[in-house]
Design a protein around this ligand. Structure first.
Ligand code: PLP
Length: 368
Protein backbone atom coordinates (compact mmCIF):
# COMPACT_ATOMS: atom_id res chain seq x y z
CA UNK A 1 0.00 0.00 0.00
CA UNK A 2 1.39 3.40 -0.99
CA UNK A 3 2.27 5.73 1.88
CA UNK A 4 0.36 9.02 2.12
CA UNK A 5 2.75 11.88 2.92
CA UNK A 6 1.87 15.16 4.70
CA UNK A 7 3.05 17.30 1.79
CA UNK A 8 2.99 16.93 -1.99
CA UNK A 9 3.91 20.03 -4.03
CA UNK A 10 2.11 20.68 -7.31
CA UNK A 11 4.05 20.61 -10.57
CA UNK A 12 2.55 20.76 -14.06
CA UNK A 13 3.43 21.62 -17.64
CA UNK A 14 2.61 25.31 -17.30
CA UNK A 15 5.02 25.59 -14.35
CA UNK A 16 7.69 23.59 -16.21
CA UNK A 17 7.29 25.78 -19.29
CA UNK A 18 7.46 29.00 -17.24
CA UNK A 19 10.68 27.77 -15.59
CA UNK A 20 12.35 26.69 -18.84
CA UNK A 21 11.36 29.88 -20.72
CA UNK A 22 12.82 31.98 -17.93
CA UNK A 23 16.06 30.01 -17.95
CA UNK A 24 16.23 30.25 -21.74
CA UNK A 25 15.81 34.04 -21.53
CA UNK A 26 19.02 34.17 -19.44
CA UNK A 27 17.40 36.91 -17.40
CA UNK A 28 17.93 35.00 -14.16
CA UNK A 29 17.86 37.77 -11.55
CA UNK A 30 16.34 41.26 -11.06
CA UNK A 31 13.95 40.86 -13.97
CA UNK A 32 10.28 41.14 -14.94
CA UNK A 33 9.10 37.89 -13.28
CA UNK A 34 9.95 39.03 -9.74
CA UNK A 35 8.20 42.36 -10.37
CA UNK A 36 5.15 40.62 -11.85
CA UNK A 37 4.98 38.05 -9.03
CA UNK A 38 5.06 40.83 -6.41
CA UNK A 39 2.31 42.78 -8.21
CA UNK A 40 0.11 39.69 -8.64
CA UNK A 41 0.57 38.69 -5.00
CA UNK A 42 -0.32 42.21 -3.78
CA UNK A 43 -3.42 42.10 -5.93
CA UNK A 44 -4.43 38.68 -4.58
CA UNK A 45 -3.90 39.56 -0.91
CA UNK A 46 -5.33 43.08 -1.09
CA UNK A 47 -2.02 44.55 0.11
CA UNK A 48 -0.75 47.92 -1.03
CA UNK A 49 2.52 46.40 -2.24
CA UNK A 50 4.31 43.06 -2.19
CA UNK A 51 7.84 41.96 -3.03
CA UNK A 52 9.31 38.45 -3.32
CA UNK A 53 12.30 37.43 -1.22
CA UNK A 54 14.45 34.42 -0.37
CA UNK A 55 12.30 32.61 2.21
CA UNK A 56 9.85 33.14 5.06
CA UNK A 57 12.55 33.48 7.71
CA UNK A 58 14.36 36.28 5.89
CA UNK A 59 11.03 38.03 5.29
CA UNK A 60 10.47 38.13 9.08
CA UNK A 61 13.97 39.52 9.68
CA UNK A 62 13.39 42.09 6.91
CA UNK A 63 10.02 43.10 8.37
CA UNK A 64 11.60 43.94 11.73
CA UNK A 65 14.43 45.88 10.03
CA UNK A 66 11.95 47.87 7.93
CA UNK A 67 9.94 48.68 11.05
CA UNK A 68 13.12 49.97 12.72
CA UNK A 69 13.03 47.37 15.52
CA UNK A 70 16.34 46.83 17.33
CA UNK A 71 18.10 46.78 20.72
CA UNK A 72 15.93 47.96 23.62
CA UNK A 73 12.68 47.15 21.80
CA UNK A 74 10.33 44.39 22.91
CA UNK A 75 8.40 42.27 20.41
CA UNK A 76 5.49 40.05 21.50
CA UNK A 77 5.18 36.61 19.88
CA UNK A 78 3.55 33.24 20.48
CA UNK A 79 5.86 30.40 21.52
CA UNK A 80 3.66 27.80 19.83
CA UNK A 81 4.92 28.37 16.26
CA UNK A 82 7.83 27.72 13.91
CA UNK A 83 11.21 28.69 15.35
CA UNK A 84 11.99 31.63 13.03
CA UNK A 85 8.89 33.57 14.13
CA UNK A 86 10.86 34.27 17.31
CA UNK A 87 14.54 33.99 16.36
CA UNK A 88 14.18 36.88 13.89
CA UNK A 89 13.63 39.14 16.93
CA UNK A 90 16.88 38.09 18.57
CA UNK A 91 18.68 38.40 15.20
CA UNK A 92 17.87 42.15 15.09
CA UNK A 93 18.99 42.54 18.72
CA UNK A 94 15.50 43.15 20.14
CA UNK A 95 13.89 41.33 23.10
CA UNK A 96 11.46 38.48 22.54
CA UNK A 97 8.37 38.44 24.78
CA UNK A 98 6.56 35.11 24.67
CA UNK A 99 2.82 34.90 25.40
CA UNK A 100 0.31 32.10 25.38
CA UNK A 101 -2.14 31.20 22.60
CA UNK A 102 -5.89 30.54 22.39
CA UNK A 103 -7.02 27.02 23.36
CA UNK A 104 -9.48 26.73 20.45
CA UNK A 105 -7.74 28.47 17.56
CA UNK A 106 -4.03 28.26 18.57
CA UNK A 107 -3.23 31.88 17.62
CA UNK A 108 -2.07 34.71 19.92
CA UNK A 109 -4.31 35.22 22.97
CA UNK A 110 -5.29 38.87 22.64
CA UNK A 111 -5.74 39.40 26.38
CA UNK A 112 -2.28 37.92 27.00
CA UNK A 113 -0.90 40.36 24.43
CA UNK A 114 -2.57 43.30 26.19
CA UNK A 115 -1.10 42.17 29.53
CA UNK A 116 2.42 41.89 28.05
CA UNK A 117 2.57 45.43 26.62
CA UNK A 118 5.15 47.70 28.31
CA UNK A 119 6.56 51.12 27.34
CA UNK A 120 9.33 49.23 25.47
CA UNK A 121 6.95 47.18 23.31
CA UNK A 122 7.32 48.17 19.65
CA UNK A 123 5.77 45.32 17.70
CA UNK A 124 3.69 42.16 17.77
CA UNK A 125 4.27 39.21 15.44
CA UNK A 126 0.96 37.38 15.01
CA UNK A 127 0.89 33.98 13.32
CA UNK A 128 -2.02 32.58 11.31
CA UNK A 129 -1.16 29.17 12.68
CA UNK A 130 -1.88 26.12 10.50
CA UNK A 131 -3.78 28.49 8.15
CA UNK A 132 -6.25 29.85 10.74
CA UNK A 133 -6.29 33.67 10.74
CA UNK A 134 -5.40 35.31 14.04
CA UNK A 135 -8.00 37.18 16.08
CA UNK A 136 -8.81 40.43 14.21
CA UNK A 137 -8.92 42.24 17.58
CA UNK A 138 -5.12 42.10 17.44
CA UNK A 139 -5.26 44.80 14.76
CA UNK A 140 -7.15 47.09 17.13
CA UNK A 141 -4.86 46.36 20.08
CA UNK A 142 -1.81 47.25 17.97
CA UNK A 143 -3.51 50.38 16.61
CA UNK A 144 -4.51 51.59 20.10
CA UNK A 145 -0.98 51.05 21.44
CA UNK A 146 0.94 52.33 18.41
CA UNK A 147 2.58 48.95 17.81
CA UNK A 148 3.70 47.58 14.45
CA UNK A 149 1.74 44.44 13.60
CA UNK A 150 3.82 41.93 11.67
CA UNK A 151 1.75 39.18 10.13
CA UNK A 152 3.47 35.79 9.94
CA UNK A 153 1.36 34.35 7.13
CA UNK A 154 3.89 31.63 6.23
CA UNK A 155 1.16 28.99 6.69
CA UNK A 156 -1.83 31.00 5.49
CA UNK A 157 -1.77 31.74 1.75
CA UNK A 158 -5.39 32.30 0.76
CA UNK A 159 -6.83 32.57 4.30
CA UNK A 160 -9.26 35.41 5.05
CA UNK A 161 -11.06 36.85 8.05
CA UNK A 162 -14.13 39.03 8.56
CA UNK A 163 -13.19 42.18 10.42
CA UNK A 164 -15.08 43.84 13.24
CA UNK A 165 -16.31 46.53 10.77
CA UNK A 166 -17.85 43.85 8.52
CA UNK A 167 -15.19 43.95 5.79
CA UNK A 168 -13.08 40.89 4.99
CA UNK A 169 -9.29 40.81 4.72
CA UNK A 170 -7.05 38.25 3.07
CA UNK A 171 -3.80 37.10 4.71
CA UNK A 172 -1.13 39.61 3.71
CA UNK A 173 -3.39 42.57 4.41
CA UNK A 174 -4.20 41.84 8.07
CA UNK A 175 -1.21 43.68 9.52
CA UNK A 176 1.34 46.39 8.69
CA UNK A 177 3.88 44.02 7.11
CA UNK A 178 3.07 40.47 5.99
CA UNK A 179 5.55 37.60 5.69
CA UNK A 180 5.05 34.46 3.60
CA UNK A 181 7.03 31.29 2.94
CA UNK A 182 6.98 29.22 -0.23
CA UNK A 183 8.73 26.21 1.30
CA UNK A 184 7.61 23.20 -0.80
CA UNK A 185 5.08 21.94 1.78
CA UNK A 186 3.22 25.28 1.91
CA UNK A 187 -0.15 26.00 0.26
CA UNK A 188 1.75 27.28 -2.77
CA UNK A 189 5.43 27.04 -3.69
CA UNK A 190 8.08 28.26 -6.12
CA UNK A 191 10.17 25.18 -6.94
CA UNK A 192 12.71 25.82 -4.17
CA UNK A 193 13.08 28.25 -1.28
CA UNK A 194 11.03 31.44 -1.44
CA UNK A 195 9.22 34.12 0.51
CA UNK A 196 7.10 37.25 0.08
CA UNK A 197 6.86 40.56 1.92
CA UNK A 198 3.58 42.48 1.75
CA UNK A 199 2.54 45.77 3.26
CA UNK A 200 -0.62 47.78 3.80
CA UNK A 201 1.26 50.95 4.80
CA UNK A 202 2.56 53.61 2.40
CA UNK A 203 5.57 54.20 4.67
CA UNK A 204 6.81 50.65 4.01
CA UNK A 205 5.77 50.33 0.35
CA UNK A 206 9.19 51.23 -1.12
CA UNK A 207 11.16 49.65 1.67
CA UNK A 208 9.95 46.08 1.13
CA UNK A 209 11.80 45.85 -2.18
CA UNK A 210 14.81 47.92 -1.02
CA UNK A 211 15.49 45.67 1.98
CA UNK A 212 15.87 42.65 -0.34
CA UNK A 213 18.50 44.55 -2.34
CA UNK A 214 21.02 45.73 0.29
CA UNK A 215 18.72 48.44 1.63
CA UNK A 216 19.16 50.45 -1.54
CA UNK A 217 16.81 53.10 -2.90
CA UNK A 218 15.83 52.97 -6.62
CA UNK A 219 18.89 55.19 -7.42
CA UNK A 220 21.08 52.51 -5.77
CA UNK A 221 22.14 54.50 -2.73
CA UNK A 222 22.21 52.28 0.38
CA UNK A 223 19.70 53.93 2.72
CA UNK A 224 19.68 51.31 5.46
CA UNK A 225 21.22 47.97 6.39
CA UNK A 226 19.88 45.24 4.14
CA UNK A 227 21.29 42.23 2.38
CA UNK A 228 20.85 40.20 -0.77
CA UNK A 229 17.47 38.58 -0.06
CA UNK A 230 16.37 38.52 -3.70
CA UNK A 231 14.25 35.78 -5.24
CA UNK A 232 15.46 34.35 -8.57
CA UNK A 233 13.49 34.93 -11.76
CA UNK A 234 12.86 31.23 -12.28
CA UNK A 235 11.27 30.88 -8.82
CA UNK A 236 9.08 33.93 -9.46
CA UNK A 237 8.00 32.52 -12.83
CA UNK A 238 6.89 29.27 -11.14
CA UNK A 239 5.23 31.24 -8.33
CA UNK A 240 3.18 33.26 -10.82
CA UNK A 241 1.66 30.06 -12.23
CA UNK A 242 1.11 28.56 -8.76
CA UNK A 243 -0.67 31.72 -7.60
CA UNK A 244 -3.26 31.29 -10.37
CA UNK A 245 -4.20 27.96 -8.74
CA UNK A 246 -4.13 29.09 -5.12
CA UNK A 247 -7.84 29.81 -4.64
CA UNK A 248 -8.85 26.44 -6.12
CA UNK A 249 -6.27 24.63 -4.01
CA UNK A 250 -7.47 26.28 -0.78
CA UNK A 251 -11.06 25.38 -1.70
CA UNK A 252 -9.95 21.76 -2.11
CA UNK A 253 -8.24 21.88 1.31
CA UNK A 254 -11.49 23.22 2.80
CA UNK A 255 -13.48 20.37 1.26
CA UNK A 256 -11.01 17.77 2.61
CA UNK A 257 -11.07 19.38 6.06
CA UNK A 258 -14.88 19.36 6.06
CA UNK A 259 -14.85 15.62 5.25
CA UNK A 260 -12.53 14.87 8.20
CA UNK A 261 -14.52 17.08 10.59
CA UNK A 262 -17.73 15.30 9.61
CA UNK A 263 -16.07 11.90 10.12
CA UNK A 264 -14.80 12.91 13.59
CA UNK A 265 -18.12 14.34 14.80
CA UNK A 266 -18.75 11.64 17.42
CA UNK A 267 -15.26 10.23 17.87
CA UNK A 268 -14.46 9.29 21.46
CA UNK A 269 -10.71 10.01 21.31
CA UNK A 270 -10.09 12.49 18.48
CA UNK A 271 -11.35 16.10 18.46
CA UNK A 272 -11.49 17.97 15.14
CA UNK A 273 -10.09 21.53 14.92
CA UNK A 274 -12.38 24.56 15.40
CA UNK A 275 -12.68 27.41 12.91
CA UNK A 276 -12.85 30.98 14.20
CA UNK A 277 -16.17 32.71 13.46
CA UNK A 278 -15.83 34.75 10.26
CA UNK A 279 -12.66 32.94 9.21
CA UNK A 280 -11.84 31.37 5.87
CA UNK A 281 -9.28 28.79 7.02
CA UNK A 282 -6.45 28.00 4.59
CA UNK A 283 -5.91 24.52 6.13
CA UNK A 284 -2.14 24.41 5.79
CA UNK A 285 -2.44 21.74 8.48
CA UNK A 286 -5.43 19.85 9.83
CA UNK A 287 -4.57 19.23 13.49
CA UNK A 288 -6.54 16.78 15.58
CA UNK A 289 -6.46 17.07 19.37
CA UNK A 290 -6.10 13.87 21.36
CA UNK A 291 -4.89 12.66 24.75
CA UNK A 292 -3.31 9.73 22.91
CA UNK A 293 -1.02 11.59 20.49
CA UNK A 294 1.77 8.98 20.31
CA UNK A 295 -0.67 6.07 19.93
CA UNK A 296 -2.54 7.98 17.22
CA UNK A 297 0.65 8.68 15.23
CA UNK A 298 1.57 4.96 15.50
CA UNK A 299 -1.92 3.94 14.38
CA UNK A 300 -1.70 6.18 11.30
CA UNK A 301 1.79 4.86 10.60
CA UNK A 302 0.49 1.26 10.65
CA UNK A 303 -2.05 2.44 8.06
CA UNK A 304 0.78 3.89 5.91
CA UNK A 305 -0.29 7.49 6.56
CA UNK A 306 2.09 10.19 7.76
CA UNK A 307 0.87 12.04 10.85
CA UNK A 308 2.99 14.65 12.57
CA UNK A 309 3.17 16.33 15.93
CA UNK A 310 4.05 20.02 15.87
CA UNK A 311 6.10 22.19 18.24
CA UNK A 312 6.34 19.57 20.99
CA UNK A 313 9.12 21.70 22.50
CA UNK A 314 7.76 25.24 22.37
CA UNK A 315 10.27 27.90 21.33
CA UNK A 316 10.76 29.39 24.81
CA UNK A 317 11.89 25.94 26.03
CA UNK A 318 14.53 25.40 23.34
CA UNK A 319 18.29 25.56 24.04
CA UNK A 320 18.76 28.69 21.97
CA UNK A 321 16.65 30.58 24.55
CA UNK A 322 18.41 29.14 27.62
CA UNK A 323 19.55 32.62 28.71
CA UNK A 324 16.17 34.23 28.10
CA UNK A 325 14.22 35.39 31.16
CA UNK A 326 11.21 33.30 30.09
CA UNK A 327 13.17 30.10 29.46
CA UNK A 328 10.97 27.12 30.34
CA UNK A 329 8.26 29.20 32.07
CA UNK A 330 4.79 27.66 32.05
CA UNK A 331 2.56 28.72 29.17
CA UNK A 332 -0.31 26.31 29.87
CA UNK A 333 -2.09 26.28 26.51
CA UNK A 334 1.18 26.21 24.55
CA UNK A 335 2.46 23.28 26.62
CA UNK A 336 -0.83 21.41 26.28
CA UNK A 337 -1.05 21.83 22.49
CA UNK A 338 2.50 20.53 22.11
CA UNK A 339 1.42 17.32 23.86
CA UNK A 340 -1.96 16.82 22.20
CA UNK A 341 -2.03 18.06 18.56
CA UNK A 342 -1.40 15.76 15.62
CA UNK A 343 -1.51 16.90 11.97
CA UNK A 344 -2.82 14.57 9.27
CA UNK A 345 -2.44 15.04 5.48
CA UNK A 346 -4.78 17.73 4.09
CA UNK A 347 -2.88 18.92 0.99
CA UNK A 348 -4.86 19.77 -2.13
CA UNK A 349 -3.05 17.05 -4.10
CA UNK A 350 -4.71 14.24 -2.09
CA UNK A 351 -6.75 11.88 -4.26
CA UNK A 352 -10.32 10.98 -3.27
CA UNK A 353 -9.32 7.36 -2.48
CA UNK A 354 -6.54 8.61 -0.22
CA UNK A 355 -9.00 10.85 1.65
CA UNK A 356 -11.29 7.86 2.25
CA UNK A 357 -8.31 5.78 3.41
CA UNK A 358 -7.49 8.51 5.91
CA UNK A 359 -11.13 8.72 7.08
CA UNK A 360 -11.19 4.97 7.59
CA UNK A 361 -8.02 5.14 9.66
CA UNK A 362 -9.48 7.96 11.76
CA UNK A 363 -12.69 6.19 12.60
CA UNK A 364 -10.97 2.92 13.49
CA UNK A 365 -8.59 4.56 16.01
CA UNK A 366 -9.16 3.19 19.47
CA UNK A 367 -6.26 3.47 21.94
CA UNK A 368 -7.63 0.99 24.47
C1 PLP B 1 4.86 30.06 10.89
C2 PLP B 1 6.13 30.07 10.08
N1 PLP B 1 6.90 31.16 10.08
C3 PLP B 1 8.03 31.23 9.37
C4 PLP B 1 8.46 30.18 8.59
C5 PLP B 1 9.77 30.26 7.88
O1 PLP B 1 9.68 30.09 6.49
P1 PLP B 1 10.91 29.49 5.67
O2 PLP B 1 11.04 28.05 5.97
O3 PLP B 1 10.54 29.76 4.23
O4 PLP B 1 12.12 30.26 6.07
C6 PLP B 1 7.68 29.02 8.54
C7 PLP B 1 8.12 27.87 7.71
O5 PLP B 1 7.99 26.74 7.99
C8 PLP B 1 6.49 28.96 9.31
O6 PLP B 1 5.72 27.85 9.29
Amino acid sequence: MERIPTGRPSWNNAMRQAAVETLDSKRWVKGPKVAAFGAAFANHSGALNAHPCQNGSSSLWAALRIAGIGPGDEVIVPSYTFISTATCIELVGATTVFVDVEPDYYCLDVQAVRNAITPSTKAVIGVHLFGQPYNPELIEVCGENDLVLIEDAAQAHGAAQDMVDGTSRVAGSMGDIGCFSFFPSKNMAVGGEGGMLTTTKAAYAEKISGITNHGRSPNLEAMELGSNLRMSEVSAAIGLVQLEHLDGWVQRRNAIAARYTEALADHLHLSPPSVRPGAYHAWHQYCIQTDHASAFVEHMDRNHIDARRYYTTPIHCQQVFQNHSQYQITLPVTDHLGQTLVAIPVMHELHDEEIERIVKALITFNPS
